[in-house]
Design a binder for this molecule. Structure first.
Ligand SMILES: Cc1ncc(COP(=O)(O)O)c(C=O)c1O
Length: 392
């Protein structure tokens, strides 16, 4: 038994959380077991909550900038967990990683410029490119024998032919769960460097790595790959604090950083959330033990999904994740119609998952399920799916 109780069921209803309180608005019903958006149903570490309570007691929450304790906490987390050094001036705080992606697009590309993504991918990547009137170029990931791989020939060809200016990399990858190897990352980095492509490496899931796999930060690929690099990271996933609105954007190159900051200023953003700062400082200083227990717990949830599907629903294929708490399920042996799949999931199984089609056209027969919740909830979801499928 560990120090933290991830089995505790916390009722989140009535907190205005989009995961559990927006069913009527978003799905037209409020009786669904919710496992869609990527936040967790676990309370943050008690140590961090204590630090927030102390800050709340102070009672004044005026304009706030990161202090030395914040900078030290950030340096220490990324040094000890991810093996790279951050110089204080490299970081710019923004409210979220998606905001940082949009800011990067506007700072480093012009309308009509080509921006490359790898679908199926976290859908705001696609949306940010399109909403900012850039040209979306897709290097579709290859799905082979239940495993996703990069089509490097297509990657290089499109970068050259489409004159790609910016590549938005998801590392580890949501939703396919790949933790890209150093070799894969280096190959992509070489192609990007040779063609002067900026790289936004979204590493928000980097703390969720399953045993047997190792995350390599783009920052660790070598000095020669840092000139056009923007790292997007945030404690929001790791410590379940997305509502506190802090993301760290790490840019080693001074010119790229200046361009990013100019665009950030133009958006009117300056000081960050005072409570977010306290939470981040505390989490990166005192939250390590909690994360060390959380990952094996998630691995236990994953094992439950794996065993259940193998024994009771073999037609639903688990795409084995190497990291992230987002599990990608292949329903192509169940139906060839994504509307019927959605009907099965929502109306029959009464589950709220993320339908594969939102991550890209070719993944319409997939569903993404978030297993960062107490194990009893994962079991309940699997039983609901099983009952619905038995009646097909
Ligand atoms: C790859 C990826 N990037 C960014 C985000 C969102 O982060 P933020 O709330 O900081 O924009 C998510 C959330 O699911 C994600 O999966």
């Amino acid at each position: 038994m560990g120090k933290y109780n991830f089995d505790e069921i916390v009722d989140r209803r009535g907190t205005s959380c989009i995961k559990h309180d927006s069913g009527m608005e978003r799905k037209g019903r409020d009786d669904l077991l919710s496992m869609w958006v990527a936040d967790m149903d676990f309370k943050m570490p008690a140590e961090v909550l204590d630090d927030i309570k102390k800050r709340v007691e102070h009672g004044i929450f005026g304009y706030t900038d990161p202090g030395d304790d914040y900078k030290a906490a950030l340096r220490s987390w990324f040094h000890s967990r991810h093996g790279f050094e951050i110089e204080d001036e490299w970081n710019t705080i923004t409210p979220s990683v998606v905001y940082a992606i949009a800011t990067t697009i506007r700072a480093l590309t012009r309308e009509g410029d080509a921006v490359l993504v790898q679908q199926p991918v976290y859908y705001p990547f696609t949306e940010m490119v399109q909403l900012n009137h850039r040209k979306l170029v897709n290097n579709q990931l290859l799905y082979r024998n239940g495993h996703y791989e990069i089509d490097f020939d297509d990657f290089e060809r499109k970068i050259i032919e489409e004159k790609v200016r910016l590549f938005i990399l998801c590392s580890p990858h949501n939703p396919v769960g790949r933790v890209w190897s150093r070799d894969e990352l280096t190959k992509m980095a070489q192609i990007c460097r040779d063609n002067n492509v900026y790289v936004f490496a979204d590493e928000i899931h980097a703390d969720f790595i399953y045993s047997g796999f190792e995350h390599t930060s783009y920052m660790c690929l070598g000095e020669e790959f840092r000139d056009r690099l923007i790292i997007g990271t945030s404690p929001s996933k790791t410590f379940n604090i997305a509502g506190l609105q802090i993301a760290n954007t790490i840019i080693p190159d001074a010119d790229v950083r200046a361009a990013f900051r100019k665009e950030n200023d133009a958006a009117g953003y300056s000081q960050c959330s005072a409570i977010g700062l306290v939470a981040t400082t505390s989490a990166y200083t005192r939250g390590g033990a909690w994360v060390n227990e959380l990952i094996p717990y998630l691995q236990g949830n994953l094992e439950l999904v794996r065993t259940f599907l193998r024994e009771k629903l073999p037609e639903v294929k688990l795409v084995e994740p190497e990291g992230t708490y987002l599990i990608w399920l292949d329903f192509s042996a169940v139906t060839d119609d994504h509307k019927k799949l959605e009907d099965l999931i929502v109306n029959k199984a009464r589950l709220w998952l993320d339908p594969g089609i939102i991550f890209g056209r070719e993944s319409a027969l997939f569903e993404r399920i978030n297993i960062a919740c107490p194990r009893a909830v994962v079991r309940q979801a699997l039983e609901q799916l099983y009952d619905a499928m038995r009646k097909l």
